[in-house]
Design a protein around this ligand. Structure first.
Ligand code: SF4
Length: 259
């Protein structure tokens, strides 16, 4: 299959819309986003289930720091390219106005609109990317992490069109050629495959935190079980004013922002 980076997002949205309407992933287009859905609460069903998430403290995160993305990208063999058109991102920064477009930015100072905020895959509770994937290459684990099976990915990019957060990247080139250093302990991907943050699923099983959390010397990222009322993340969410990106879509992101 030839991968053309001129195939734009609009075309893919069109394709995905058709796919979703005809029932790719077993759902109709009307249920791609569960708009208006209430956030998850402590139902008996959820109380004993792990649901991992992150809390990003925007005030603790210095705008020019890249420690978390540097460690993440090096540990996961994420290639680095000069061209924005082909870049691969697992964790990165975007201007606040892009992350929270629904904010009333007209009335805010330019500096506030452009302050760089951290973003990753939101590991949504209702993930549209999983619904539209025709091969189940993207799937949700029991602990809430949204994963990629790179061997099943056919490069259709429906997930990229379905994700309302731009959290996925497509390998237009052989990612191994964009690496400055290879981490032999983590698999590399191939051309024509979509990739994204995996919340360090390969390491958190032993009770440790994702690399980004461990590396952040400012304590700007908290990781933990959202369903555990005693966890640090859950307590912080209950006590502080927190936001989730595009919450109105009903995707229920597991990534929270303290503002
Ligand atoms: Fe899927 Fe995007 Fe949600 Fe991540 S942020 S789970 S890629 S829809």
């Amino acid at each position: 299959m030839k991968f053309d980076n001129k195939v734009n997002r609009k075309e893919f949205l069109k394709l995905t819309g058709i796919a979703a309407l005809i029932g790719v992933g077993g759902k109709t287009g009307f249920s791609l986003y569960a708009s208006g859905q209430e956030p998850e609460t402590d139902s008996d069903e959820n109380k004993n289930k792990i649901r991992y998430g992150l809390l990003i403290d925007t005030k603790k995160c210095p705008p020019d720091c890249t420690d978390c993305s540097d460690i993440c990208h090096s540990k996961h063999n994420v290639p680095s390219y000069k061209s924005k058109k082909i870049e691969i991102k697992w964790i990165w920064k975007e201007p606040a106005k892009h992350l929270f477009p629904e904010n009333n930015w007209d009335l805010k100072p330019v500096a506030a609109k452009n302050v760089p905020l951290l973003t990753v895959c939101n590991h949504c509770k209702n993930p549209p990317c999983v619904r539209v994937c025709p091969t189940q290459a993207t799937f949700k684990r029991d602990d809430g992490i949204i994963m990629m099976d790179y061997h099943r990915c056919i490069g259709c990019r429906f997930c990229m069109a379905g994700c309302p957060y731009g959290s996925r990247s497509f390998n237009y080139k052989d990612p191994r050629k964009g690496l400055t250093e290879l981490n032999p302990d983590y698999p590399t991907r191939t051309t024509g495959v979509v990739e994204k943050c995996n919340l360090c699923a390969e390491k958190i099983g032993d009770g440790s935190s994702p690399y980004c959390v461990e590396k952040c010397s400012k304590g700007a990222i908290i990781f933990g079980n959202l369903n555990d009322p005693e966890s640090e993340i859950r307590k912080a969410i209950e006590q502080d004013h927190v936001l989730r990106r595009k919450a109105e879509l009903g995707t229920e992101p597991s990534v929270f922002y303290k503002v």
